[in-house]
Design a protein around this ligand. Structure first.
Ligand SMILES: [Zn+2]
Length: 700
């Protein structure tokens, strides 16, 4: 950050590096047959040097600023860095090695400094400002996407502290460094504390109900730590999965208590001091930049805009969710023989819930799986829906190499008429299987982003973690994996159908409280009868899935929403409560942390002891250890848009080419080239309404 104008000797890149020139493969697909682990770091370092030199030339240009020599020039800069970094950051989570992890550790601070150097460059800022002034004076007419690009660039300058005095800039730098250190420290304490909180069971009878697999896992976990017995390890969230099957109430209570005590048990792994300092420093950081508190700073750069909007949305949902959770509790209480809803202990909730669910919705995952075969779900489900909506078709290209033998490459064609080949739109890489070198979860990534300015078409990747069957056997899914496949493909479509000029506005380059929206919308097609009946066929016999099962699956979707919405909202409200404090409002004593939490939950009306927050403050890694501070509300914010869009489809005839075209042109194609909520309003004909979400979650 300090070396803005320092001249650096450019790092030369070996011309033989596979990153030295743009890839010659179709759509600029990186040539993975030539890329080795050792190619990434030198290419990224050379890319940073080249980018700095390009930016220096833009900043030092003696000509007055124009759109071409400033905004567009910035958009064109950093191409070597972009292609090397995108390939690297795609591979890191999906096929990592110790070597790639080391590179990450070395490069992380350099990336931060590299970005800061650009955002803190006063000469660039002056050029952007000159353009904005000329536009405001009517001397310069900007296209809407260019105006939006300029506005966002000026926001980045402002938020990096460019307008501050030198002294305040120093303070800001110190705050940033300290905040980064504290976040890392929170994460480390949490990890160590989770190990400490694991529950050791020495009497096998206390594990009654646990599956053989889970028991074997607990046995191995104990052995790995040189302990006798079974070790129940903690997952990040409050509600531990084993609670659904443990028959022994005392064991459940031990697990629940251990989970909820994390980070507040005193000793080395207590996180309270760290989180208090984080809350205070973030508030201070926000105020330096002219925002009331950290949550206002975060909301201003999201589609929410203000914390008032966030509070209103959470406030409307909370009472309905808690009322629904209380109704669910009353039903669970009947099963347990307990006298009242409040009598359902948090530790017993999911065990009782399983009993009710089995009785009401007798669905067996094992029986469903033969009807959910991956190839059918992909071709007759996901791809078919994209064909009917957007006119896309998909051709597998085994001749094009992925970064791992499991990766499959599909070429995507646009607007195909029967018998016509269509126009090549981009590439879709599918990396479905789990492996040791892949992190958990599912996600979408981009190897090439669409932009007219650079003449590039998109190359996107979907990663899932499906267990690979033995060779020659079909890949059979559970319903959750089907939904995940549709969800991630929704992100892929956002990248593939992008139709913008500037690379920084491409596809999924939208605020995080908007980015989950198109993917959530795409999940709806997994339930669409026309699609579902196409893919849900028995893999061996071709028989359709029994209609009764489909109905039961549909009916079971709303059950449990009271619990899950309440525990989610409680966490989102806690996140806001901590980050809507000014520096002097943050409690000073570690003894105040849990009382503050209790008061915040009570004030928001989500203090229902049977349903504790998904994360308590002391182990809320999303907000204190990672990058989701004041942003945990984003998931449900996106879902409001999603549910309203599902209703829009329903009002307009559902799965039709016409509806798909509108969703594509007005929303997906626009990416981040305009205010995303304006795209939404353009599609919907009005601003988003919350009622469809309340209905979907059974909250009305
Ligand atoms: Zn997603």
């Amino acid at each position: 950050m300090t070396s803005t104008h320092e001249t650096t000797v450019p790092t030369e890149l070996d011309p033989a590096s596979p990153f030295a020139a743009p890839s010659a493969l179709p759509y600029g697909l990186p040539d993975f047959s030539a890329i080795r682990e050792e190619h990434y770091e030198p290419a990224i370092l050379a890319g940073m040097a080249a980018h700095r030199a390009e930016v220096e030339a833009i900043a030092a240009n003696p000509e007055p600023a124009t759109v071409e020599n400033t905004l567009e020039a910035l958009e064109r800069s950093g191409q070597l860095l972009g292609r090397a970094a995108r390939a690297y950051f795609n591979q890191l989570p999906s096929d990592s090695t110790p070597g790639l992890e080391d590179v990450q550790e070395r490069l992380a601070p350099l990336f931060a400094a590299h970005q800061d150097a650009i955002n803190m460059d006063a000469r660039l800022h002056a050029r952007a400002k000159a353009l904005a002034d000329a536009a405001a004076a009517g001397d310069l007419v900007l296209e809407p996407d260019t105006a939006y690009l300029l506005e966002k660039q000026l926001t980045r300058f402002k938020r990096s502290g460019i307008a501050l005095s030198a002294g305040d800039q120093d303070t800001l730098r110190e705050l940033n460094a300290r905040i980064t250190t504290l976040e890392a420290s929170f994460g480390r304490k949490l990890l160590a504390g989770a190990n400490e909180a694991s529950v050791l069971v020495t009497d096998e009878a206390e594990l009654a109900g646990l599956s053989a697999d889970a028991k074997a896992g607990a046995r191995a976990a104990a052995e790995a730590r040189g302990q006798d017995g079974w070790l129940l390890e903690m997952q990040l969230f409050t509600h531990q999965n084993v609670l659904a099957s443990l028959e022994d109430a005392a064991t459940r209570e031990r697990v629940q208590s251990a989970s909820m005590a994390r980070g507040a048990a005193g000793g080395e792994n207590d996180t309270r001091e760290v989180l208090l300092e984080l809350a205070r420093l973030r508030a201070h950081h926000a105020q330096l930049l002219g925002y009331e508190h950290h949550a206002a700073y975060i909301a201003a750069d999201a589609t929410a805009g203000t914390t008032t909007a966030v509070n209103e949305m959470l406030g409307r949902l909370a009472p309905a969710a808690v009322a629904n959770a209380r109704r669910e509790a009353a039903e669970l209480a009947k099963v347990s023989g307990s006298p009242a809803a409040d009598g359902v202990a948090a530790a017993d909730w999911s065990y009782l819930n399983e009993a009710v669910r089995k009785e009401r919705f007798d669905l067996d995952d094992a029986a469903l799986r033969p009807y959910l075969e991956l190839e059918r779900v992909l071709h007759d489900g996901v791809f078919q829906a994209a064909g009917l909506l957007f006119g896309l078709s998909f051709v597998e290209r085994p001749d094009l190499p992925g970064y791992h033998p499991d990766v499959r490459v599909f070429e995507v064609f646009d607007a195909v008429e029967p018998g016509e080949p269509g126009t090549g739109l981009g590439l879709f890489l599918a990396d479905f299987y789990t492996r040791e070198s892949k992190r958990g979860g599912a996600w979408m990534d981009s190897l090439v982003v669409q932009s007219d300015l650079l003449g590039e078409r998109p190359v996107v990747v979907n990663n899932l973690n499906i267990v690979k069957p033995p060779a020659g056997e079909p890949t059979l899914l559970v319903w959750d994996e089907v939904t995940t496949l549709f969800h991630e493909f929704g992100h892929a479509l956002h990248g593939l159908l992008s139709d913008v000029r500037y690379p920084s506005q491409s596809g999924t380059s939208v605020p995080r409280d908007f980015v989950e929206y198109p993917s959530q919308v795409n999940e709806m097609w997994s339930w669409e009868p026309k699609i579902l009946t196409s893919f849900a066929l028995h893999h061996a016999t071709g028989e359709p899935m029994p209609a009764q099962w489909v109905e039961t699956m549909l009916a079971s979707r709303v059950w449990g929403e009271g619990f899950s919405t309440t525990e989610y909202l409680a966490a989102a409200l806690l996140d806001q409560a901590w980050h809507q404090l000014t520096p002097d409002q943050v409690p000073t004593s570690v003894d105040d942390v849990l009382p503050f939490e209790a008061a915040a939950l009570a004030a928001a009306g989500v203090d229902f002891a049977s349903v504790p927050p998904r994360y308590r403050s002391t182990y809320f890694n999303h907000i204190f250890g990672g990058g989701y501070s004041a942003g945990y509300y984003s998931y449900i914010w996106s879902e409001v848009l999603d549910a309203d869009t599902v209703q829009w489809y329903a009002e307009n005839g559902g799965l039709t080419r016409e509806n798909g075209e509108a969703f594509r042109r007005k929303l997906l194609a626009r990416g981040g080239s305009q205010d995303p909520l304006a795209s939404f309003a353009d599609l919907r004909g009005r601003a988003a309404e919350i009622t469809p979400l309340l209905e979907r979650r059974g909250l009305v």
